[in-house]
Design a protein around this ligand. Structure first.
Ligand SMILES: Nc1ncnc2c1ncn2[C@@H]1O[C@H](COP(=O)(O)OP(=O)(O)O)[C@@H](O)[C@H]1O
Ligand SMILES: CC(=O)N[C@@H](CCC(=O)OP(=O)(O)O)C(=O)O
Length: 261
């Protein structure tokens, strides 16, 4: 849908997001757009896992999730981080509703590879009417990336893939990944634009690794006719959603051909 802007706030930056950042989301809504926030919380999950002495490891940016890890992730994402984001939007003058992917069957998921990753799910459907109803009420949906299968089993979902699925199903106008780096870096420089082909090469040669992998993979899955580019930007920037003035990396399907008349 035109005017929907899905903003994924990474756990890497969420504790440092400024009041101005949240005000820019509220201003975006007041100017007639419909922002939706999907948040992560990897570092906060790590902290509690450490306190509880529960081990976890990552495979290509995805956390192997045992039952204990799932319980911890759900407590942190749905209990703590989600309500912090709702509160920050309230303090910035907005009205927000916090949900996880289990509420109203917002995110139906299936396991990616139960043997290798345990309770890690990938989205297969999104309850878009729940989100549009909230937006019609001028509420900003704030979504924690825990999903459920059709039998009610909960799964840990990478927040980048949750944001991408939501943007795709809603045919959003923009998808923005807010993280702790300026964009995709190569040899220390932030790339202005990258194509799908370049991304494949950068993953293969190790330029893109770790937590950037789920982000770029999610971005590529989302690129459609309605959503022609995906932005990766730094949470230190305070002007999310203002086209043209935001610094970061734009991911596009393929480089525009130059036509000569
Ligand atoms: N080419 C790259 N450019 C920038 N960051 C990269 C790149 N490859 C890997 N990364 C890593 O990806 C991280 C961002 O992903 P992640 O830590 O999962 O953040 P978030 O919590 O915001 O999703 C960066 O901090 C950086 O360490
Ligand atoms: C399956 C999986 O990896 N889930 C993530 C969910 C949180 C997340 O994605 O947080 P970031 O945005 O900070 O990366 C995790 O457990 O860390």
């Amino acid at each position: 849908m035109k005017d929907i802007v899905v903003i994924k706030c990474g756990g890497s930056t969420i504790a440092e997001l400024s009041t101005e950042f949240f005000k820019s989301v509220v201003n975006m809504q007041q100017s007639g757009k419909h922002p939706i926030i999907v948040h992560g919380g990897g570092p906060a999950i790590n902290q509690l896992l450490q306190k509880l002495d529960i081990k976890s490891e990552f495979v290509d940016g995805l956390r192997k999730t045992t039952e204990d890890v799932l319980d911890t992730a759900e407590m942190v994402l749905c209990g703590k981080v989600n309500k912090q984001v709702v509160t920050s939007l309230y303090q910035a003058g907005g009205q927000a509703v916090g949900l996880s992917g289990c509420d109203g069957k917002l995110l139906e998921v299936r396991p990616i590879n139960e043997g290798m990753l345990g309770y890690v799910g990938e989205p297969i459907s999104v309850n878009t009417s729940l989100l549009t109803s909230l937006m019609d009420l001028q509420m900003i949906p704030v979504i924690a990336p825990i999903g459920m299968n059709n039998e009610g089993v909960h799964y840990n979902v990478n927040a980048d893939s949750a944001a991408a699925a939501i943007a795709k199903e809603l045919e959003a106008e923009q998808l923005v990944f807010v993280t702790d780096v300026d964009g995709i870096l190569k040899d220390g420089k932030c790339l202005d634009k990258v194509t799908a082909e370049e991304i494949e090469a950068y993953i293969a040669d190790g330029t893109i690794y770790g937590g950037m992998i789920p982000k770029v993979k999610a971005a590529l899955l989302t690129l459609t006719d309605s959503l022609q580019s995906v932005m990766i930007m730094n949470g230190k920037s305070t002007n999310v959603g203002k086209n043209g003035s935001v610094q970061g990396t734009t991911i596009i399907k393929t480089k525009m051909k130059q036509f000569v008349s």
